[in-house]
Design a protein around this ligand. Structure first.
Ligand code: A3P
Length: 324
C-alpha cells in the first residue's frame, strides 16, 4: 500500500518512462522542452500537480550551484531572528538545507506532507525554471528571491559538484570544464541553460517587480550587509534602527559567511554513502561548501572558452535590462 505522499510519485512513473532519455552522463529525460535528471523529475512533476501555495510563501529560486546554500542560510536567519539568539542558532547545529527545504526534493522523497505541515510564512527553495512552476506559484502573490551568479563560476562549481554526486573521477576526465562549458553554450544542460533560467525569472519580474527580488552572488560577496538589508526589506522584516545599531546585520552576515558555516562540525565531511536506488553518492553537508569565491573559473577554464561564455552572457542578456 502506498503512503499518501508516495501517490504523486507513483503517478508520474509511466509518464517519465515514456519521455526521451539520454544516458551519456546520468540518465536525463526531456520534459516540457528541457532535460532533467531522471532522479529528480518525479519531484518536479509532483510539485506541478500537487503543490498548493499560500499567498505568504517565499521561494528562494536559483540555478544549481549559484549560492542556494548561502541564500537559504541568510533568508532563514533574517526571518527567524526574533526566535533564535544568534549565539545559539539552529544554523550552528544543522545544515542550511535542513532549515529551508527544497520543494521538488521533498516531493521527490515522498515528504510533501512535511511541506504542508510547515507554519506560515513558509520559506521554500526551488531550482525549477520559472516557466515550469505551477500556476499555484507563478500566478500567485508569493514572493520570490532569485539569486544568480557568473555563469562561468556556476559551471566550475557544478563540475566539482558533479564529481561528488557521481562519486567518480571518470566524469571529470570525460567531461573537462571546457567541454561542459561549450556544451552549455550549445544548450546541452539540465534545468535549461543558466541564461534561460535567469531570464525566465527576470521576465517574470517585469510583470510583478514588487514580488521578485534579484540578487547577485558577486554583489553579495562585495556588499553582504547592504544586500541582506535589501532582502529583509523585501521579505517584510526590515532591520530596525536599534537592530542596526546593535550590529545585528553584521552578525547575521558573519553567521552565514562561508568561513563560519563551512567550519562548523555539522558541515564537515562525514562518511560517504551510496543511494541504493540511484547508485549516486548521497551528498554530505560538506558537499555544498567548496571555495565560496568569485572568479575561480580562471583556475579551470581556458581563456577562449571563458570568452565564449561571456559572449553568450552578453548576447542573452542584451536588451533585457539585466546587466552583467
Ligand atoms: P563554489 O563551488 O564556487 O565554491 P549551491 O548552494 O547553489 O549548491 O552553490 C554552491 C556554491 O556556493 C559553492 O561555490 C559553495 O562553495 C558556495 N557557497 C556555499 N555556502 C556559501 C556561503 N555561505 N557564502 C558564499 N558562498 C557559499
Amino acid at each position: 500500500l502506498l503512503s499518501e505522499d508516495a501517490v504523486p510519485l507513483q503517478e508520474c512513473r509511466d509518464l517519465i518512462a515514456s519521455l526521451p532519455v539520454d544516458h551519456r552522463v546520468v540518465p536525463v529525460r526531456q520534459y516540457q522542452g528541457f532535460w532533467w535528471p531522471e532522479s529528480t523529475l518525479p519531484g518536479v512533476i509532483a510539485v506541478q500537480r500537487h503543490f498548493k501555495s499560500r499567498p505568504d510563501d517565499v521561494f528562494l529560486a536559483t540555478y544549481p550551484k549559484s549560492g542556494t546554500t548561502w541564500l537559504k542560510s541568510l533568508a532563514f536567519a533574517v526571518t527567524t531572528r526574533s526566535q533564535y539568539p544568534l549565539s545559539d542558532h539552529p544554523l550552528l547545529q544543522i545544515n542550511p538545507h535542513q532549515c529551508v527545504h527544497s520543494l521538488e526534493r521533498m516531493f521527490n522523497r515522498g515528504r510533501s506532507s512535511e511541506i504542508d505541515a510547515l507554519p506560515s510564512p513558509r520559506i521554500l527553495a526551488t531550482h525549477m525554471l520559472h516557466s515550469v512552476l505551477p500556476d499555484s506559484i507563478a500566478a500567485s502573490d508569493c514572493r520570490i528571491v532569485y539569486l544568480w551568479r557568473d555563469p562561468k563560476d556556476v559551471i566550475v562549481s557544478a563540475w566539482h559538484f558533479g564529481e561528488k554526486v557521481l562519486g567518480t573521477r571518470e566524469y571529470q576526465a570525460e567531461w573537462p570544464v571546457d567541454k561542459v562549458a561549450m556544451a552549455h553554450c550549445e544548450g546541452i544542460s539540465t534545468h535549461a541553460t543558466i541564461w534561460d533560467h535567469i531570464l525566465g525569472y527576470w521576465r517574470a519580474r517585469m510583470h510583478r517587480p514588487e514580488k521578485i527580488l534579484f540578487l547577485r552572488y558577486e554583489e553579495m560577496l562585495a556588499e553582504p550587509a547592504a544586500n541582506l538589508k535589501r532582502m529583509a526589506d523585501f521579505l517584510g522584516c526590515p532591520f530596525s534602527p536599534e537592530e542596526e545599531k546593535a550590529g545585528m546585520v553584521e552578525e547575521i552576515v558573519t553567521l552565514c559567511s562561508f568561513n563560519n558555516l563551512s567550519g562548523l562540525a555539522i558541515n564537515k565531511p562525514s562518511s560517504d554513502v551510496t543511494d541504493e536506488g540511484t547508485k549516486l553518492q548521497l551528498l554530505n553537508n560538506a558537499s555544498f561548501f567548496r571555495k565560496g569565491e568569485r572568479g575561480d573559473w580562471r583556475n579551470h577554464m581556458s581563456p577562449e572558452v571563458a570568452r565564449r561564455m561571456d559572449e553568450m552572457t552578453m548576447e542573452k542578456l542584451q536588451g533585457s535590462g539585466l546587466s552583467f
